[in-house]
Design a binder for this molecule. Structure first.
Ligand code: R5P
Length: 293
């Protein structure tokens, strides 16, 4: 029997694509609030004995994480065979260390919550900085899908003579893979206490006749990308193309990047955004099939 996919909390283009490719049934859930603000949740699909995939990007999860946990529990209580979480943007990965006394290690607490509610996790390029693997904090099987091959394909289809640039050392892990045969370089970034970012070159670059393509995993405050863009401008390079896997674009950073004169911004659809141009559906379905078969 085909799986049931629940697109949570709202239907999304990526959820629809994944459901179609997987030939999954559209899962129905009713959610409303009691007068006191508490949640009423009812699973309307017949889930007994079925494989259930809950698709939630997990972007800005604070408003609905409790409902997600209620849903997972309800699915289990009503006899679902397995309840998997397809979380294209895995939230709460950045506080991966207690930097100051008294701080909450939110990455670990969040992982504990999800691990206790779901049978497995499929996600896209989680922000692994001090953790080397999700297994360090997630106790359920966690399958990581890599966006680099798709980004590489997009660049080689859409950009003439690309020169791939990673804005910081952390980006080195995917810059090489994204670049393929194209030239690439990784820059050096220092983030000051006030959040201000300073980017410097590690070596000189010759990008005569090439199109600079900045690639990062996340654009959040936009500080990293903006600094890199400004730096390229100061050095007299042509306007770059900016690519990110997870387009958070906090603090109006999408507009600020456009205003900075970038040539184009292209992102993966791990988080719905007008800049989405790189569709993750096929690779996500590939990963889900490995688990389901
Ligand atoms: C850094 O560790 C990441 O790879 C990104 O460069 C960073 O998260 C981007 O954040 P922001 O847009 O706030 O500079």
């Amino acid at each position: 029997m085909n799986p049931i996919l629940i697109d949570f909390p709202n239907p999304s283009p990526l959820g629809k694509n994944v459901r179609t490719l997987l030939k999954a049934e559209d899962g129905k859930v009713l959610i409303r609030n009691f007068p006191d603000g508490e949640t009423y949740l009812r699973v309307e699909s017949q889930v007994e004995g079925r494989e259930i995939i809950v698709y939630a990007s997990l972007f800005q999860p604070n408003d609905w994480i409790l409902n997600l946990l209620f849903l997972a529990d309800a699915l289990r209580n009503h006899g679902a065979k397995r309840v998997g979480l397809l979380a294209t943007y895995l939230a709460y990965m950045r506080q991966d260390k207690v930097f100051h006394p008294g701080e909450a290690l939110t990455s670990a607490t969040f992982a504990k919550l999800l691990s206790s509610s779901f049978d497995y996790l499929v996600t896209v390029d989680p922000h692994l900085h001090r953790y080397h693997s999700l297994n360090e904090i997630y106790s359920i099987p966690a399958l990581v899908v890599k966006a680099a091959p798709l980004i590489s394909e997009w660049i080689h289809t859409h950009v003439k003579n690309p020169f791939i640039i990673g804005p910081d050392r952390e980006s080195a892990q995917w810059v090489k893979e994204v670049a393929g045969n194209a030239p690439s370089i990784v820059l050096s970034k220092v983030r000051h206490k006030d959040g201000h970012v300073k980017i410097t070159w590690l070596e000189s670059m010759d990008i005569e006749g090439k199109t600079p393509v900045l690639v990062d995993d996340i654009i959040s405050s936009g500080g990293t990308m903006l600094q890199a863009v400004e730096h390229l401008k100061e050095e007299g390079f042509p306007p770059p193309i900016c690519i990110a896997i997870h387009p958070i674009f906090a603090e109006n950073s999408y507009q600020r990047l456009l205003d900075a004169g970038v040539q184009k911004i292209a992102t993966c659809n791990s988080i719905p955004h007008p800049s989405n141009q790189i569709d993750l559906a096929h690779v996500l379905v590939g990963a889900l099939k490995i688990i389901l078969e």
